[in-house]
Design a binder for this molecule. Structure first.
Ligand SMILES: NC(=O)c1ccc[n+]([C@@H]2O[C@H](COP(=O)([O-])OP(=O)(O)OC[C@H]3O[C@@H](n4cnc5c(N)ncnc54)[C@H](O)[C@@H]3O)[C@@H](O)[C@H]2O)c1
Length: 373
């Protein structure tokens, strides 16, 4: 199949970004959301992102205008009828996604491929809401979609290998590095990332550090572009809670249960940047968190890093994903300066395993024990 017309459903943080990715690459794009205000918000998300690129002189005004002219927006799903591929980027709620896929199945031409940008939900369950499960895959972009150069392509037992190959080829043509993975909660990157983010909020909830200390620890001692609380605000805390619920339902591990601090913020409507406040307040210009308590930061950094590296070792050792995909995913999907296995190699795996054992003993959390080989 040659892709010409691309549809995107849901125009929030990810949907608007995915619209931009395809429009920049020259495709005709149709963006659909459930209501007039949601469509207007999506249009404004795209305009703001292109405006930033023009200000930074990464695009000319003419290029920005051409990109905008390739996109049409609306509320009516029938606008998607002629799309070769429709990517769904609606909230991380299975019942909502299955309802959307039933609607898409009814309106999109029979040859059209349907993809979900879900972070954790079962692509198999979503595919089974349609009469074309062979043409349903996961195409998981990272935030911000125009910037992050990684895409996970998720196939189910029913996905047609030809369709999966076409989607992989399309992703590569967009300049993305791809990892192909079967349908497992959290796939590669979010299974690691969300446990790390949850751990950070568990540390916050337990009073071992402030959000400023936690964020400064990872920024300053590992050169991460953002601390975990800032990243939760960027992703959307509501989305992160939903992803963790899915992962927790799968693993049953206490460390995957959404931390109380996150659940409470969502209940209060503080979903992160998109709602104006989350861990931080975005009504004023954002502050870069700093803190001078070096010993607290060092401890927090050690605990977050060691637990995360231990998860990466276990993910590879159990055959879930290859080292190269884990490293690329964390570098190119999350913008981390190094892949975890590069860090493990520089520390020495035995010293990571010893630090895991120390963390498990000190915290009393047996889930942090190193995997027995
Ligand atoms: N936020 C991230 O960093 C991130 C990264 C990768 C993947 N994802 C995944 O992408 C998906 C969307 O996340 P988001 O962060 O963009 O969410 P969001 O809350 O920013 O946006 C959701 C969009 O879906 C629209 N919507 C709601 N109900 C709809 C319906 N019935 N029909 C059509 N549109 C509807 C909303 O109006 C909004 O435009 C989720 O599955 C999420 O897990 C998110």
């Amino acid at each position: 199949m040659s892709f010409k017309q691309i549809g995107v459903v849901g125009l929030g943080i990810m949907g608007a970004g995915i619209v931009e990715v395809f429009a920049r690459a020259g495709y005709a794009v149709t963006g659909v959301a459930e209501s007039g205000p949601a469509v207007t918000a999506g249009q404004s998300n795209l305009a703001k992102s292109l405006g930033r690129a023009v200000t930074k002189e990464k695009l000319t005004q003419d290029e920005s205008d051409e990109i905008t002219a390739r996109v049409i927006f609306g509320e009516d799903f029938s606008l998607l009828a002629n799309c070769d591929l429709v990517i769904e980027a609606a909230p991380e709620i299975l019942s909502l996604k299955t309802q959307i896929f039933r609607q898409l199945d009814a309106v999109v031409k029979p040859a059209g491929i349907l993809a979900t940008n879900t972070s954790s939900l079962s692509v198999t369950d979503i595919a089974h809401a349609t009469n074309r499960p062979a043409q349903v895959v996961g195409m998981h972009f990272f935030n911000p979609a125009p910037v992050q150069k990684f895409v996970e392509v998720i196939s189910t037992a029913k996905s047609d290998p030809k369709v999966v190959a076409q989607i992989a080829e399309l992703g590569t043509s967009l300049g993305k590095h791809l990892a192909q993975i079967s349908d497992q909660p959290g796939f590669i990157v979010n299974k690691l990332l969300l446990r790390y983010l949850n751990h950070a909020v568990q540390i916050l909830d337990s009073g071992q550090g402030t959000k400023e200390q936690i964020d400064a620890a990872m920024r300053e001692l590992s050169n991460y572009p953002m601390g975990p609380c800032e990243l939760l605000d960027l992703i959307g805390i509501d989305t992160c809670v939903e992803i963790l619920k899915t992962i927790h339902a799968d693993t049953g591990l206490e460390i995957d249960k959404p931390a109380v601090g996150m659940v409470e913020l969502v209940a209060a409507g503080h979903k992160g940047r998109k709602s104006g406040a989350g861990f931080y307040d975005y009504s004023q210009s954002a502050q870069i968190p700093t803190d001078s308590n070096e010993s607290v930061k060092k401890q927090i950094h050690n605990d977050l890093l060691i637990a995360y590296l231990g998860d990466c070792i276990a993910m590879e050792a159990t055959g879930y994903a290859a080292k190269s995909d884990i490293d690329s995913g964390m570098r190119l999907g999350c913008g981390l300066p190094q892949g975890p296995f590069e860090v493990i190699d520089s520390m020495g795996i035995e010293s990571v395993r010893a630090a895991q054992a120390e963390l498990a003993q000190r915290s009393g959390v047996t889930d942090y024990q190193p995997l027995a080989f």
